[in-house]
Design a protein around this ligand. Sequence first.
Ligand SMILES: *Cc1c(COP(=O)(O)O)cnc(C)c1O
Length: 406
Amino acid sequence: MAQEKMAVTRQTFDEVILPVYAPAQFVPVKGKGSRIWDQQGKDYIDFSGGIAVTALGHCHPALVETLKSQGETLWHTSNVFTNEPALRLASKLIAATFAERVFFANSGAEANEAAFKLARYYASKRHSPYKSKIIAFHNAFHGRTLFTVSVGGQPKYSDGFGPKPADIVHVPFNDLDAVKAVIDDHTCAIVVEPIQGEGGVVPATQAFMQGLRELCDRHQALLVLDEVQSGMGRSGKLFAHEHYGVTPDILTTAKALGGGFPVSAMLTSNEIASTMAPGVHGTTYGGNPLACAVAETALDIINTPEVLNGVDVRRERFVSALQALDARYDLFTEIRGKGLLIGAALKPQHAGKARDILQAAAEAGVMILTAGTDVIRLVPSLIITPEEIDEGMARFAQAVESVLAH
Ligand SMILES: *Cc1c(COP(=O)(O)O)cnc(C)c1O
């Protein structure tokens, strides 16, 4: 018999959790579709999607059904044994993309860690152990392991943790000449988000993405695309690189892959994968049956014209509501991003107010995100209803009004 649950509140967080987060003042306890309820029963429209994770909203019936049935069948075996859900999910990811081989992990950072290790390993096996330079971009975000914060382009996330992995060079995003100036035959990979997420919701330009592909080919370097945030339908295509007609050598995806269940994947070609052998890399949980079963159902639903074509329709509804707000309050320099990865950059006179707006939004009953100090970020469910968008945007307007009134 389960014991009665102890009472916990937001205050408990400050007493028991490592202080690396500053969560909102309310504690969500229940979700359905794009609505969340807190401990006091107050409801919120969710435009934050668990940071671009709950792409099918909260407690989608098909995901719940899969979780229940797999939960009563087989949870975990480790990679000493393979399992049916992982083999099915890998096969479907391969059928849907450029890839021929899949490695499963549990988070975006782990998928990227695997990608960066693979890029270096491949170069050392096929070319030379000195071909280890990784080119990455200012404001990029690739996760929180030591390697991934080092490839990420925000020193505040990597400083203070001792010596960093070497031979990583950062240049400005969307600046092809800057890449040309540092790339050479010792470069093993260029690592890039097709749409920088945490860095402010900034899409790569067409010329930049195409140029990176050409530079990689010229220098026998691998193009590694971090689609942890931009992938799984977020941009309106299954993966954002499809908008550019540019094919990566390695791609990582996580966030929405499991619709809220932790799972990530690294995708690559047979040729690149063939340099790896048993024992070279691995993880205990990666590709576990429970995670892969849920992700398979999420992929089945997301990778349909119905869901993917609905993304831009929903984007337009968000953008026109944001434009109406802008017309009234002169708020934004730009509304950018692709699909339902939406960034609204605040005008200089509102600089630094993104966090205040986020807090006011929670009070008004809508959950949003920021990206840096000056960008409002919305990454809602890909199947959010028009009514939920309208209600959430009305609450958001109230929040903006209350911040500007102060
Ligand atoms: C969130 C994110 C990561 C890190 O994913 P975790 O699951 O938090 O490790 C990596 N890259 C990008 C682009 C992300 O948005």
